[in-house]
Design a protein around this ligand. Structure first.
Ligand code: HEM
Length: 511
């Protein structure tokens, strides 16, 4: 008996020792070794402290600046710590989120070199974010890696072919007109001020619900509400991403996020179930969900997605598909409200290109100035303000830089879009004409303008966005003029995407 007890105690001590050593290695030794390797390249950065890394400084400086005047110099207000560290360490340095070192990159030349060294399939996403955002994206296209990513991308790409996009256009027109009819009724009954962010987000939500999932906004509302609640739960609390056991600092929020994630999964599972029953019929199944299901039923082993993967893609598209586009249109409305000359120019262009005719997809390419405006808005206010990567193997960039496998990278898109060295001294001014004869807007480096990301992992939905952006804006500008409300407070903030913290109140006037 005594021997058994002794054996039992030794086993427990060994197990505890193993857990302790694993923790020390994963939280201390491995990150420190990776850091040393990075530093050998001559990289510097702010000094971290255990176990928070540089999170303390970042939180302290991250004050939500609200102002009645509108400055587009948002990098220094959104990321004051990055702006400060750039001044001290340059456009590439190492900082720490908890016990995870991150290579900060705002140098387009380095990105170009990395892109030639690493193919899309071999780029990973930082494990720390994959875990943190699991409830939101699961292992959908945004977060998947390697062969999984290639398979998902292969299955999803056909859903965005020009024929499918064209078929979505009439639903976009119909849904936008419904919003505008409602605005007309409200203006007639005395309302002048509208929260445009809320309006556009609801309409973009309705568009994605109809075009991607073949459901009404009403049916999709529960999903939207839960996704929004999940987004707020995940991104609005003081978070400790990368800090060991960071989720335990907000146990209630972590549980809430998990529960919301499971409820959203369940909602999508019933949606998929219903569509699976329909797919045996011969009706058109060319929306996103129809395409995914068709592929998973008939795509063959190498091309198919499991039901769990289809759910993850649905979440990714429900969220990514409406929020980013809605925000691009919202920021455009702000910039046009404060630049009446551009509002007039776009209206004139619409008169010339569309006239009194119904909008036709083929006309949209003629809206050149609208394209410049969109590019300039996405430069100043990129809906996706950063991109993240993780090296899946050692990367050697010429003889200059050696990045060890496992290195996390943070690509500061806002930082590059607001860099005077790349754009000139007028970098923070709204000047759509930059894009007149140049798709890079006169940026001194082709990789300095990345609103839709880069390389093979570039945004899969960008053509859908161009289509929706031009249709919604054309219809709004044809029926309303707008000015900024005196109650507007300029306070861009990041809740995963870049958004106006307090909405966008505009005063509308029917034309
Ligand atoms: C203004 C609108 C949009 C912006 C600014 C935007 C921005 C981006 C950016 C920067 C990336 C690259 C992220 C990275 O490299 O880590 C990306 C990827 C992605 N976007 Fe978008 N996006 C927009 C609209 C859309 C729409 C409408 C959809 C879907 C309907 C969508 C779905 C995706 C997906 C699935 C990926 C991951 C692609 C991959 O990794 O292969 N996006 N987007």
């Amino acid at each position: 008996m005594e021997i058994i007890i002794r054996f039992f105690i030794i086993a427990i001590v060994m197990a505890l020792l193993y857990v302790f050593c694993s923790l020390i290695f994963s939280l201390w030794v491995f990150p420190a070794l990776a850091y040393r390797k990075l530093k050998k390249n001559g990289l510097d950065g702010p000094s971290p402290s255990f176990p928070f890394g540089n999170i303390g400084e970042m939180k302290k400086e991250n004050i939500n600046v609200k102002s009645s005047s509108i400055s587009h110099d948002i990098h220094s207000t959104l990321f004051p710590f990055f702006a400060r560290w750039q001044n001290s360490f340059g456009k590439m340095f190492v900082y720490w989120l908890g016990t995870e070192p991150f290579l900060y990159i705002a140098d387009p030349e380095l990105l170009k070199k990395l892109s030639t060294e690493v193919t899309a399939k071999n780029w990973g996403k930082p494990a720390v974010f994959r875990r943190d955002r699991e409830a939101m994206f699961g292992n959908g296209l945004v977060m998947s890696e390697g062969d999984d990513w290639a398979r998902h991308r292969h299955v999803i790409t056909p859903a965005f072919n020009p024929t499918n996009l064209k078929a979505m256009a009439s639903l976009m027109v119909e849904t936008t007109n419904k919003m505008l009819d409602n605005w007309t009724t409200l203006v007639d009954s005395g309302t002048q001020e509208f929260d445009i962010e809320r309006e556009i987000t609801a309409t973009a939500g309705e568009i994605i619900a109809k075009t991607s999932f073949g459901i009404s906004y009403q049916s999709g509302r529960l999903v939207f509400e839960k996704l929004r609640a999940l987004q707020t739960t995940l991104f609005k609390t003081i978070r400790f991403v990368g800090v060991p056991f960071g989720k335990m600092m907000h146990p209630k929020k972590a549980l809430e996020a998990r529960k919301l994630g499971q409820e959203i999964n369940q909602l999508f599972l019933s949606l998929i179930d219903e569509r699976r029953k329909m797919i045996t019929g011969s009706g058109p199944q060319n929306d996103l969900l129809g395409s995914l299901l068709k592929q998973s039923e008939h795509g063959g082993f190498t091309k198919s997605l499991t039901t769990k993967e289809v759910v993850d893609e649905c979440k990714t598209f429900f969220f990514g598909g409406h929020e980013t586009t809605a925000l691009a249109i919202t920021w455009t409305m702000l910039l046009l409200a404060t630049h009446q000359d551009w509002q007039d120019q776009l209206r004139e262009e619409i008169r010339e290109v569309v006239g009194d005719k119904e909008i036709d997809v083929n006309m949209l390419s003629g809206l050149k100035k609208m394209g410049w405006v969109m590019n300039e808005v996405l430069r100043l206010y990129p809906s996706a303000p950063n991109a993240q990567r993780q090296a899946k193997a050692d990367i050697q960039v010429n003889h200059e830089l050696s990045i060890p496998s496992g290195t996390n990278m943070w690509i500061d898109i806002v930082g590059m879009h607001h860099d005077p060295a790349l754009w000139g001294e007028d970098v923070n001014e709204f000047k759509p004409e930059r894009f007149k004869d140049d798709i890079h807007g006169g940026c001194k480096h082709k990789m300095g303008y990345l609103p839709f990301g880069f390389g093979g992992r570039m945004c899969i939905g960008r053509n859908l966005t161009f289509l929706e952006y031009k249709i919604v804006l054309t219809l709004i500008l044809s029926r309303f003029s707008f000015t900024i409300s005196p109650t507007y407070c300029h306070s861009p903030s990041i809740v995963l995407s870049l958004r106006p913290s307090d909405g966008l109140p505009l005063v509308l006037q029917p034309l």
